[in-house]
Design a protein around this ligand. Structure first.
Ligand code: HDE
Length: 710
């Protein structure tokens, strides 16, 4: 079976499971194997070590075009980073339609069952600069470029289904408040500072998004383990020109899993590239991450009846009102060849839609339709960024746009205008075969303002909070406490807590206690008698609702080793965990070879110094009395165990390894915890299977406490 499409531009069809963009990119791939070094003009370079000089100790010569070309190019290597979403990681893959969706849309990716469309996806943080840490508390970008055979469609979403503001007019204000404060350039990649909370506490429309941003969704375990959302209401338009409203949802097969805050902070120091590395390694090892695309389809008449406005991006459409219809799956199966050429230069744009997909009148979306193409002109150096290989569509491009910086296409003929007779009228208008905007009728006065339902800011913030499990609620309260404790101006803290009173008195009280203040009066609301919400709880809003289907696959498991470790039990355990798809690392006091109790060698690929506990999902403490003694004498071991324990991870102690648990203060009461397991060296097979079950649960939050017990 082969992948579509194969056009004159794309060349031959690609194999299924590879990306059709591989073929067209071949024309720009550079492979230096067995090639001589040359200048950019193709002149072979004889000496890449020394500048041309007048005598060995003499002055360098201006005529050294080889040096000058090399240095000049180097001087201009950097391009401006994205104003938001500067730090990101990308991957290639494909989208496969489960079935035709032609009843609702003529969009090419949904044309028929099994249709394959190549994609490039970029995940990102929002606030941090290009070199910032991956595990900051932040929304994550989830941008998908579909190379459809009717042109590129970019679904530029986030891992949170709502946004801070309702109108594009406020975006520069929001971003200026969020980014490092302008006088001293701090803090990097963080919202825990005065200007951010000043802005959002004065903008009650931000409250719903704040609930999501303070939840564990803002510290995902992996890019592979988060949902994606188109956020805005879009339109689907079918062949007959009929339209319905639509919300897009990506649901990870890997389940939705997150870090805990203390862990996220420590990972930032241990591995700032934590999410980038996780995505890269999973794809390199053939563990291709997968998401299901679901759509919520509803009519304009249905939307009119909702208690909220579907043009307001601070609102979701609860799944209880409009269920998700699964329409296809996306698999990421190839890492980029070159980070800069692909991940950095990819240019997403909400204006990139194809026939069958159209916009709603969401005023936030309207601003985005302008902003993305505009920002690329500075970032990528001119209006021809669509010709950069990662951005160029598979569908042929033909128009009368000409010239500009970095033009690649060599247009033939004398005609660059329309109408023309000299070019036979070509390229010709496609009429109804082309993109036709949905004729959304409007006859109203020009006005700057908002529809009435936009003024209700709290009902869905409350819905979100009340739909969380107790652990998630506690984490939300702790996140507000942490962030607001970093705000110096007391009046801002108070204003924010007074706004939270409108969401949940319980939450406001919790946060107030954490900040050592009284619960203030509720902030006055813009609307005092809003339409009652349709529902007060939505289980789908809890992260726990999606445990995933991939078990312990790609879970990182640390097995501590030392001289004299019980070798046979580790070999058995390694086999059982690897068979289940877990990734086992032998972690020593140093890297290198250790000798086990029966003389066999064990190779430690990591050390407790270079890879602390936060980088692993689970821990195994080995058997072997010499090894246990040596581990007990190493302060790193206790830290390792305590962090694994504090972050509610699964710990298995083999034989004498249980002494280490006791030393770490994890006493017998705690050993009733479903995530603390003991096994005799003889019972490793059984121990491994209990361990796998416990690790599948991801965390054991029954152990969670605030402040932490250990
Ligand atoms: Fe963006 N946003 N945004 N945004 N956004 C950018 O475009 C903007 C918004 C999102 O991996 C910029 O190419 C405005 C919502 C992602 O390359 C810029 C408004 C959502 C990415 C821009 C919003 C997003 C961006 C910066 C309010 C979730 C990264 C560089 C009207 C649905 C894409 C660039 C990538 C990037 C503007 C709000 C998601 C400046 C004006 C809502 C995932 O054009």
């Amino acid at each position: 079976m082969t992948e579509e499409p194969g056009t004159a531009k794309t060349g031959g069809p690609a194999r299924l499971g590879t990306n059709a963009t591989v073929a067209p990119l071949d024309r720009v791939r550079v492979d230096p194997s067995e090639q001589p070094l040359t200048t950019n003009q193709g002149v072979r370079i004889g000496d890449n070590q020394n500048t041309l000089k007048a005598g060995l100790r003499g002055p360098s010569l201006l005529e050294d075009f080889i040096l000058r070309e090399k240095i000049t190019h180097f001087d201009h290597e950097r391009i401006p980073e994205r104003i938001v979403h500067a730090r990101g990681s990308g991957a290639h893959g494909y989208f496969e339609a489960y079935d035709g969706l032609t009843q609702y849309t003529r969009a090419a990716p949904f044309a028929e069952k099994g249709k394959i469309t190549p994609v490039f996806v970029r995940f990102s943080t929002v606030a941090g600069e290009r070199g910032s840490k991956d595990t900051a508390r932040d929304a994550r970008g989830f941008a998908v470029k579909f190379y459809t055979d009717e042109g590129n469609w970019d679904l530029v979403g986030n891992n949170i289904p709502v946004f801070f503001i309702q109108d594009a007019m406020k975006f520069p204000d929001l971003v200026h408040a969020l980014k490092p404060e302008p006088h001293h350039g701090m803090p990097q990649a963080g919202s825990a500072h005065d200007t951010f909370w000043d802005f959002v506490s004065l903008s009650p429309e931000s409250t719903h998004m704040l609930m999501w941003a303070m939840s564990d969704r803002a510290i995902p375990r992996s890019y592979r383990m988060m949902q994606g959302f188109g956020v805005h209401t879009f339109r689907l338009v079918n062949e007959q020109g009929e339209s319905v409203f639509c919300k897009f949802h990506w649901t990870p097969l890997q389940g939705t899993h997150s870090l805990v805050w203390d862990e996220a902070v420590k990972i930032a120091g241990a591995d700032a590239d934590f999410h980038r590395r996780d995505l890269w390694e999973a794809i390199e090892s053939g563990e291709f991450p997968e998401w299901e695309l679901g759509v919520q389809i509803f009519t304009e008449e249905q939307a009119d009846g909702f208690s909220f406005d579907v043009l307001d991006s601070t609102k979701i459409v609860p799944e209880e009102l409009v269920p998700l219809t699964p329409v296809g799956r996306m698999v990421l199966n190839r890492n980029p060849d070159n980070f800069f050429a692909e991940t950095e230069q990819v240019a997403f744009c909400t204006a990139h839609v194809v026939p069958g997909i159209d916009f709603s009148n969401d005023p936030l979306l309207a601003g985005r339709i302008h902003s993305y193409a505009d920002t690329q002109i500075t970032r990528l150096g001119g209006p021809n960024f669509h010709e950069i290989p990662i951005n160029s569509p598979l569908a042929p491009v033909q128009n009368n746009q000409r010239d500009g910086m970095h033009r690649q296409a060599v247009h033939r003929g004398r005609v660059a205008y329309e109408p023309n007779s000299l070019g036979g009228g070509c390229p010709f208008q496609a009429g109804t075969a082309g993109f036709v905007s949905f004729p959304d009728a409007h006859a109203e006065d020009k006005v700057r303002g908002k529809p009435e339902k936009f003024s209700e800011h709290y009902a869905q913030a409350t819905l979100f909070f009340e739909s969380q499990t107790d652990v998630e609620k506690a984490h939300i309260a702790a996140a507000f406490r942490f962030e607001l404790s970093k705000v110096d101006v007391r009046a801002i803290r108070e204003r924010m807590v007074s706004s939270l009173v409108n969401v949940s008195r319980e939450l406001a009280a919790e946060v107030a206690t954490g900040l050592g203040m009284e619960v203030p009066d509720a902030m006055p609301k813009a609307v005092t008698d809003p339409e009652p919400p349709e529902i007060t709880e939505s289980p789908a809003l809890s992260l726990m609702a999606r445990p995933g289907e991939t078990g312990i696959r790609t879970r990182q498991i640390a097995v501590l080793v030392e001289e004299g470790v019980h070798h046979a039990s580790l070999v058995d355990l390694h086999g059982a965990l690897t068979d289940a798809g877990g990734i086992v690392h032998f972690v020593g006091s140093r890297v290198g070879t250790f000798v086990g109790d029966s003389g066999e060698k064990i190779e430690a690929n990591k050390s407790m110094e270079n890879s602390p506990a936060v980088l692993f999902d689970a821990l195994v403490l080995p058997d072997g009395s010499d090894a246990v003694q040596a581990l007990a004498a190493n302060g790193h071991t206790m830290e390792f165990i305590k962090d694994q324990f504090r972050h509610c991870k699964t710990i298995l102690a083999l034989g004498a390894g249980r002494e280490l648990l006791e030393m770490a203060g994890i006493d017998s009461a705690m050993q009733e915890d479903p995530g603390i397991l003991l096994a005799d060296a003889g019972g490793v097979t059984e121990g491994a299977s209990t361990f796998i079950d416990a690790l599948t649960a991801h965390r054991h939050f029954s152990r969670d406490s605030d402040p932490p017990a250990k």
